[in-house]
Design a protein around this ligand. Structure first.
Ligand code: FE2
Length: 241
C-alpha cells in the first residue's frame, strides 16, 4: 500500500468545527492510518476578527496528540498549520505570528469565500507572495470563479499560488459536479497538494487511500504519486515546488 501525506485536516480536538474531543481525534487518526496516511497536517480554521485558537494553544494541543500517536502509530507524523480564511489584510496576522504556517515553513493554507470574485483571489495571492509567503489555495474546486477555468488557475499559479484539492472531490460526493473537473486539473498538472479536509466522524471522514484506489485514469494516478513523493518533501524542506 502506498503511503500518503494529508496537508489539510481539522483533527485537533475542540478548536473549530472539526474533532470535538480527544476521543474523536484518536478515532479520526485511526481512520487516517487505515487510509494510508502517515503524515498529517492539523490545520484548524483561522478566521480574522473571530475568536480563533492561539498558536500557543494549537502547539500545546498538537504536542498532546503527537504523544498519543507515538504510542499507537510510531510511523505517523503530525505537523502544524492553520486554514486561513482570507480577508483583506489577514497577511498582517500571519506576519504578527497570530497564525501558523504549514510546519513553520513559508507555505500557508488559505481559503476563500466560494463566491469571491477572481480579481480578489488574485490580489490575495499577491498579498501573500509580496510578504514572502507561498499561499496554497485550499480546495480550489469550490470556487465559482475558477470552475472549469483552467487558464485562470494557471494565471494564479504564475502569480505564485499553489493549488490544493480535497481527495474526495476526485470521486464526487459532497461536491459531485466537480469530480470530472477536479480529475482534469490534476491530470493537467495544476494541482500541487491533496488533503482530506476531514472534520468529524459524522462529517467528511479522512478519505485518502480509499479514494485513490478507485481512480482508473493512469495519468491521474501518476500525478498523485508525484504529489506525494516530490511536492510534499519540498514543502517540508521549505523549498519551491
Ligand atoms: Fe478545511
Amino acid at each position: 500500500m502506498s503511503v500518503y501525506t494529508d496537508i489539510h485536516s481539522h483533527i485537533l480536538p475542540g478548536v473549530d468545527d472539526g474533532s470535538k474531543n480527544m476521543e474523536e481525534t484518536l478515532a479520526l487518526l485511526k481512520l487516517c492510518y487505515e487510509e494510508g496516511t502517515r503524515r498529517i497536517f492539523a490545520t484548524p480554521h483561522y478566521v480574522p476578527g473571530h475568536k480563533s485558537a492561539s498558536p500557543e494553544h494549537l502547539r500545546k494541543l498538537r504536542t498532546e496528540v503527537a504523544e498519543k500517536i507515538k504510542e499507537t502509530y510510531p510511523d505517523m507524523e503530525l505537523y502544524g498549520g492553520n486554514e486561513i480564511y482570507y480577508k483583506e489584510g489577514v497577511v498582517k496576522d500571519v506576519k504578527a505570528g497570530k497564525v501558523l504556517t504549514l510546519a513553520d515553513t513559508d507555505y500557508c493554507l488559505v481559503e476563500f469565500n466560494t463566491r469571491l470574485e477572481y480579481k480578489k483571489i488574485f490580489h490575495a495571492v499577491k498579498e501573500f507572495t509580496e510578504a514572502g509567503y507561498r499561499p496554497i489555495l485550499a480546495h480550489v474546486e469550490r470556487y465559482d470563479c475558477l470552475y472549469q477555468q483552467s487558464e485562470l488557475i494557471e494565471d494564479l499559479i504564475d502569480a505564485g499560488a499553489y493549488i490544493q484539492i480535497n481527495a474526495e472531490s476526485l470521486l464526487g460526493g459532497l461536491f459531485d459536479r466537480h469530480s470530472k473537473y477536479v480529475q482534469k486539473i490534476l491530470k493537467d498538472g495544476l494541482v500541487h497538494f491533496i488533503g482530506s479536509d476531514c472534520h468529524r466522524l459524522d462529517f467528511r471522514k479522512p478519505r485518502m487511500g480509499s479514494v485513490f484506489q478507485k481512480i482508473k485514469n493512469e495519468a491521474v494516478k501518476e500525478e498523485i504519486e508525484e504529489i506525494m513523493a516530490v511536492n510534499v518533501e519540498k514543502l517540508l524542506k521549505n523549498e519551491w515546488v
